[in-house]
Write a protein that binds this ligand. Structure first.
Ligand code: PRX
Length: 660
């Protein structure tokens, strides 16, 4: 573990707190009785929520079976179909004409799907995939942009019982192939391309490159025609979506799956070079995602317009785009583009156009908008916004206050202010936790700028010291989860040992999250960043080790050390220190070559912002690289105590190089 001490020590004091308005509290979906009920009977609480948010084909007999810990079974004996719950039942209830998805394309094209239309589309996709030989339990890799077909494909898989593995479109062909191989995917669903910052960009060639070498398990590649980018065509594998999906029957009977049937795998970075395939199952995942979506955002499905800006390639786009909003029968916005294309008011234009009432985004985006200036959002009518969420990384109090004052207080483009700004809900959770774990209830909690507040009802969060003992209020420690929760991961795909080792071996009987945290004197929780070798760049998880492995795989690199350096906009930025092999030339060219190499191996998001070629790396006498010292230098500080280094003068030389 690196940097635990410095991470845990840093916390300022926050005096400001904002109570919900009386009107908001009076109309809120969740009141304080949720906490009381969950505290009195945690499992009884979850059983009630399970029956409230889902329609079970067969009711469950037991709420939790923890006898196989750390692999939980929730809602044992229950049978349920995710797609039926997200779609058909809303149509049956008479809400078929409600809009499920307002899709806003990158270039300004838009379409809307009602619940009835989306249900038919998913049934057609399910039929099409079945006719390509897909069956329950098979794995499907989804490599798509933020277009409705991504959600349609995910739900079609869930309907059949096939297990999807969405791979973010920003990952490279190599990263895609390793995920296809690990999950042994039979089907790949992709698109010809999309647009990035207004420019056409292709996706299909990455799939072609991924599948170019034999030995893979893929039988078919279904290609959505999105932007007409040219693509090679492999007649053995490729089929156009338009030739197989819209032509399929719109009738499809959902089969109820066991509550513990695998729903999806989502790869995420850990502390080693190999990404982990996080496995989620059906019942518990859907229950907690849907319950938290209702409570944290105060969702009123008949009137709210929900917009989560996350890509479906990340867990936020799974839980709060593809699943929970549809399970809850909400209307949501799905946006393919970026906030600055074609202009920096694009998001606010969308909020105004669809009268978005709940916005869920990442601190890095808020800080970027802050940098662009308040005049931009001030030029739009954002009065429809009534709840504002954040996720993915700690939000600094300045960004939190800006979100409240500029976005949450906007009562029209004429500069009018709301009397009661929209409450802000900061939500802490992880790919592994499946859904919100720490978050306020907007009608109950007095929110403080920068604090993620309290455990959601029915979740047991604690902060412990090195020995696993609870720390007192005001002291930093390690964030743990003491009891199983419904949407917890059920394992790492194909690697039960790593699952135990990563999350359950550090503290006896507790889930170790990898984050530092602190309760303040009011018992409100503050996240203090990762305490392991995981970085968080623009809310995206990256592993220092994975990038180091990629760098040393380059023929000109002898050794590499990667650190996350604090960055005012992206939270952290990747900084790499490399030692070249004898004979390799230093200079700009090698830096560009190495950045591109990492981009090719992992994806553009992992490209180091800075690469410094150094003659040596700071190592202890036992050979361990002291990343803490490199982080000091990368963040422009004097390097800390270097006395345990085998050669203490190394740091002086690196610091000089960094400055020059
Ligand atoms: O370090 C925490 C940070 O993001 C990590 C989880 O990343 P990922 O699995 O990619 O999921 C991100 C979206 C749920 C956590 O271990 N993190 C997430 N939300 C917050 C956060 N840090 C501080 N505050 C948050 N609200």
């Amino acid at each position: 573990m690196t940097d635990a001490t410095s991470t845990l020590d840093n916390l300022m004091h926050e005096e400001r707190a904002f109570a919900p308005s009386a009107e908001f509290a009076a109309a809120a979906i969740a009141d304080a009785s949720r906490y009381e009920r969950a505290k009195a009977d945690r499992l009884g609480y979850w059983a009630e929520r399970a029956r409230e948010v889902l329609t079970w084909d067969t009711d469950f007999a037991e709420t939790l079976d923890w006898s196989g810990a750390p692999v939980a079974k929730w809602f044992v004996g229950g049978k349920v179909n995710a797609a039926y719950n997200a779609l058909d039942r809303h149509v049956e209830a008479g809400n078929g004409e409600r809009v499920a998805i307002h899709f806003e394309g990158a270039t300004g094209d838009s379409t809307s799907y009602t619940y009835a239309e989306l249900t038919t589309a998913v049934k057609q996709a399910a039929n099409a995939f079945e006719s390509l030989g897909l069956a329950k339990g098979d794995r499907v890799a989804i490599y798509l942009p933020m277009i409705p077909e991504a959600v349609i494909t995910m739900l079609a898989c869930a309907r059949i019982g096939a297990v999807h593995s969405v791979v973010f479109g920003g990952f490279s062909a190599d990263a895609l192939r390793s995920r296809i191989d690990d999950a042994e995917a039979k089907l790949v669903v992709t698109a010809d391309g999309t647009w990035r910052r207004g420019k056409p960009s292709s996706l299909k060639p990455a799939v072609d490159a991924a599948l170019a070498t034999p030995g893979h398990t893929v039988e078919h590649v279904v290609v959505v025609k999105r932007n007409g980018e040219p693509t090679d065509w492999n007649a053995d594998l490729d089929k156009w979506w338009d030739d197989v999906v819209p032509t399929a029957s719109g009738e499809h009977t959902p089969i109820a799956h066991d509550a513990e049937h695998p729903l999806f795998i989502l790869y995420t970075s850990g502390t080693t070079g190999k990404p982990k395939g996080i496995l989620h199952t059906t019942g518990g995942y859907l229950v907690q995602s849907a319950a938290t979506h209702k409570d944290t955002f105060d969702l009123h499905p008949e009137s709210d317009v929900f917009w989560c800006t996350a890509d479906v390639g990340w867990v936020t786009g799974h839980s709060y785009v593809a699943y929970a909003p549809l399970i809850n029968g909400a209307t949501q916005v799905m946006f393919e583009g970026t906030p600055d294309s074609p202009h920096q008011g694009r998001w606010w234009e969308i909020v105004e156009k669809y009268k978005v009432s709940i916005l869920y985004t990442a601190p890095t985006a808020i800080r970027t908008c802050m940098k662009w200036g308040r005049e931009i959002p001030d030029g739009y009518d954002l009065s429809s916004l009534r709840v504002l969420g954040t996720v993915g990384e700690p939000i600094n109090p300045e960004a939190w206050m800006w979100y409240r004052d500029v976005i949450g207080s906007n009562a029209g483009k004429n500069g009018e202010k709301k009397e009661h700004p929209a409450p802000i809900v900061d939500t802490w959770w992880q790919t592994e936790t499946g859904s919100h774990m720490i978050a306020p209830l907007p009608g109950v909690t007095h929110t403080k700028p920068g604090s993620a507040q309290v455990a959601v009802p029915g979740v047991s969060i604690d902060i412990v010291d090195e020995m696993g003992e609870s720390v007192g209020d005001g002291e930093g420690g390690y964030l743990v989860i003491r009891d199983p929760w419904p949407s917890m991961l059920r394992g790492i795909w194909g690697d039960p040992e790593r699952f135990k080792e990563t999350y359950w071996s550090r503290f006896d009987g507790m889930y170790f999250a990898g984050d530092g945290a602190k309760f303040d004197e009011d018992g409100d929780l503050w996240l203090l960043g990762r305490v392991d070798d995981v970085m968080n760049v623009s809310g995206h998880r990256l592993s220092t080790t994975e990038i180091e492995s990629s760098l040393v795989a380059h023929e000109k690199v002898a050794e590499a050390a990667v650190v996350g350096a604090k960055d005012a906009t992206t939270g952290e930025a990747v900084v790499a220190f490399v030692i070249l092999r004898g004979g390799a030339e230093e200079g700009e060219d090698i830096v560009t070559e190495l950045r591109n190499h990492v981009g090719r191996q992992i994806g553009p998001i992992a490209k180091p912002r800075h690469i410094l070629v150094v003659p040596e790396l700071p190592k202890t006498r036992s050979g361990k690289i002291m990343r803490r010292l490199l982080k000091d230098v990368a963040e422009g500080r004097e390097a800390g105590d270097a006395s345990t280094l085998a050669d203490p003068s190394v740091m002086t030389r690196i610091a000089q190089d960094m400055r020059s």
